[in-house]
Design a protein around this ligand. Structure first.
Ligand SMILES: *[C@@H]1O[C@H](CO)[C@@H](O)[C@H](O)[C@H]1NC(C)=O
Ligand SMILES: *[C@@H]1O[C@H](CO)[C@@H](O)[C@H](O)[C@H]1NC(C)=O
Ligand SMILES: *[C@@H]1O[C@H](CO)[C@@H](O)[C@H](O)[C@H]1NC(C)=O
Length: 201
């Protein structure tokens, strides 16, 4: 697991053109790590708030994890896979909202060609993030946890790819509002990855 995660982090700054290569690489690593052993389907205790607290403690963003899961009452009866599904659902609604937000920003920046281009690119990236999360839901419902891991990893990278679009134009500041949205989606994806990692263990 850490090997795969490391690989993903190393590749973080690559442009999305290499995403498919990244996909393959991660899949390769995952299949080396996990395919030989059958998934151990543990009997996870389903969720009261104690088990939410326990799983969240194992993620990198404990507070965010607890408050996000508490916002959805289904969390109380979900197993780990169910909690991952809920977390991914939250990520999808945020990604969609950010994509909509960026599209509306385009309408109010009609005279600025560069700005419009960057906003469009970013709106697309957040749409792709949503698509990748959508795929991960299908993976999870198929019990394809390794594919789910790859898809959520891709979703987690798209906000940075939007940030890179701003970086290409030195005169263009990255708005704090976008930094906030990026951080939020990255954290949600990271939490979901922590949970999927548990399913892969
Ligand atoms: C809770 O999560 C489930 C699974 O993602 C989703 O179908 C449902 O709409 C969510 N409920 C709320 C209140 O957001
Ligand atoms: C993300 O979505 C959640 C729940 O849908 C919401 O509470 C939160 O404010 C959103 N965060 C951002 C940064 O949009
Ligand atoms: C997962 O399920 C979808 C439909 O829900 C199907 O199209 C896809 O082939 C399945 N993938 C695997 C790996 O079984």
């Amino acid at each position: 697991m850490s090997k795969a995660v490391q690989q993903v982090n190393l590749s973080k700054d690559q442009d999305m053109g290499s995403l498919s290569v990244l996909h393959l690489l991660v899949l390769l690593l995952l299949s080396q790590n996990f395919s030989s052993a059958p998934y151990r389907h543990q009997q996870f205790a389903t969720g009261d708030s104690a088990s939410i607290r326990n799983i969240c403690k194992t993620t990198n963003y404990n507070k965010q994890c607890v408050s996000s899961l508490k916002s959805n009452s289904s969390s109380l009866t979900a197993d780990i896979r169910g909690l991952a599904v809920i977390m991914i659902g939250i990520g999808m609604s945020n990604a969609t909202r950010t994509s909509t937000y960026l599209s509306s920003q385009m309408l109010s920046n009609t005279n600025d060609v560069v700005m419009k281009k960057v906003l469009k690119e970013c709106a697309d990236k957040y749409t792709y993030a949503n698509d990748a999360l959508q795929s991960s839901l299908q993976d999870l419902s198929n019990m394809s946890f390794d594919y789910a891991f790859v898809d959520v990893t891709a979703a987690k990278d798209y906000p940075n790819s939007c940030h890179n679009a701003y970086r290409r134009f030195p005169g263009l500041a990255y708005p704090p509002e976008m930094a906030r949205r990026e951080e939020y989606l990255v954290q949600i994806c990271d939490i979901a990855l922590g949970m999927i990692g548990k399913l892969l263990d």
